[in-house]
Design a protein around this ligand. Sequence first.
Ligand code: SF4
Length: 727
Amino acid sequence: PVIPQPEDRQVESVCPYCGVGCATEYTVRDNSIVLCDGRESPVNHERLCVKGRYGWDYTMHPQRLTTPLIRRDDAYPKGPLSGDVVGTSSRKRRKPGGIVDYDEVLPAFREATWEEALDLVAERLTGIRSEHGSSALAGFGSAKCSNEEAYLFQKLLRAGLGTNNVDHCTRLCHASSVAALMETIGSGAVTNVFADVANADVCLVTGSNTTANHPVAATFIKEAVRNGTKLLCVDPRGHTLTDFASHFAQIRSGSDVAFYNAVMHVLIAEGLIDEQFVAERTEGFDELKKLVLRDFAPEQASSICGIEPDELRAIARTIGQPLEDGRRPRMLVFWGMGISQHTHGTDNARCLISLCLLTGNVGKPGTGLHPLRGQNNVQGASDAGLIPMVYPDYQPVSDPEIRAKFERAWGVELDPEPGLTVVEIVKGALGKSIRGMYILGENPFLSDPNINKVRAALSSLDFLVVQDIFLAETAEFADVILPASSYFEKDGTFTNTDRRVQVGRKVLDSPGEARQDWQVICDIARRIGLPMEYASSAEVFDEFAALTGHYRGLTHENLGSTGKLWPCPDPEHEDGVQILFGDRFPTASGRGKLVPCPYLPADELPDEEYPLILNTGRVLEHWHTGSMTRRSRALDAIQPNAFVAIHPDDLTRLGIVDGTRVQVSSRRGTIELEARADRTVEIGTVFIPFHFREAAANVLTTDALDPFGKIPEFKFCAVRVEAAAES
Ligand code: SF4
């Protein structure tokens, strides 16, 4: 136990992990965090999950980068495992815990001064621009960046380097959801906050293991169920919330469109839709009705999604049948990566939107569309313009009037062409159309699909600068590495899944020569001829907010200790606007669009050679590529190893014993890890968390993209599992 000392100080901030954005209070002693507690806030009511409560010690890890590093010379090939397939051979080359072996990697670099490193970055990036044009440059920002850092990073790429090739991991999580939301209701934001589930009669959770990925939000759902809300869970994999559900539809992987079209079929056929809402607030009903009535009767859809026709009808009636008091049920819909990370992810989201529009479940208390945002600032980084086709606040780069507005604000001429997305940039690097990259806080070598291809792409860049707090896997490909400040070492704003903008406050001083990220971006900008001078991150925020409609009423000062929601049109507004679109949608017609979606199968289906379906995702204790949580003692102790979860019946059929090592192979590579029997996994599928370098799930995944959101199909590819050879 931590005994409070008189010299301890307390700092109010926000959790650095997931999009729930829990309010925290850190107890600090001698520039070290010794304790974290939850604070009272509308977001978490003092609650924290295991990551928030115990996962802060990574910031004090001895492997923190403290000095700029420059690659020595070509004697050291770029990347950690040239010639190897990550996953099989890396097991021998990693220290316990699977994180980077610094002794192995560091000799490829030498320490440098900030002046030398920044000069080199500016010289090489401008050199590539002169020789190959601005379109040969690209940048990945991060959903771990603050709004201020994200705004400056995209400004540097656009106004300083002349390219819209700037993206971040939103492309890997909710790009398809945003594409569908923008198309249908004219805004990519959630329409209501998650805590309003307390006012819902029905809560639909689909494609989301909420207890693992948004744990504190899941407590609000459980509370609502205890108070009478009916919970519907739709997922190919069971999880803790399904124990609370009145219906759990364990659909076949990738069959969401068939399932939801069948539910809409029943709603329409049985007269359970909100006809007034459909008539007054939507368009496209006739086309949708025609498709779902013709092709998706429960008996037809059942053969695709695996749910019995009567169960499909029961679920539709729970959503649409009037309650005892005659009211229509109010429904709030939550979805996660299980919906979005498919080649038909946009179709999946379109179906959920249609379901809400048909039943009038938008714009009122207890209703709404809520794609649960993954990282702590994936909403804000997108709001701030870390997206290749839009400036801050989703203003299209292709619109001449909007472009002129940003040209006036930034004092330069801007590229009218939308830029490339994450996977397109990687493909561009492979084909040498992208030659130089600036990566700030992202780790595509573990997070992107088909990472042997990513490795080839990163290795073939003429120049790569990585700014990070650790020598994460991607940094091993860098020419220059810049030591950044961790979440706890700076002030900045972060926007949670509810659209709540909160101030993360500086808790600790940075180690060694590590610098604040926003200042490093400004240092590079000045060197390439773009003056960026700000006295503080609050001043950066003011510039960003003034260029938007939704953040306009917000300042660091008026956000207080628990933040405010955007839109906040008036600085005096108490908490921003909670429920959006009560009267009209921000579309050209003011109506929501119903988009009919035929069922399409996944890009790569199982066959004789690769008979199982791979599903990837996260576990409660770890976060994305593990660079933070695998350096947190408590979290790594609870979940130290990579594993593949397989249904016991499949294990028996394959002759594999629970707990033994297996090889999992796809057409793109092989990894080796422990097999775990797990009844929540659908028979015929396997689940692998993607946090573990030594058994990197993304060796196996496909880089096939959804055509609208350009999101890869992380949730579906064909694999084979076999016992590993004895070592
Ligand atoms: Fe942090 Fe999310 Fe856990 Fe809250 S639920 S403590 S924001 S990881």
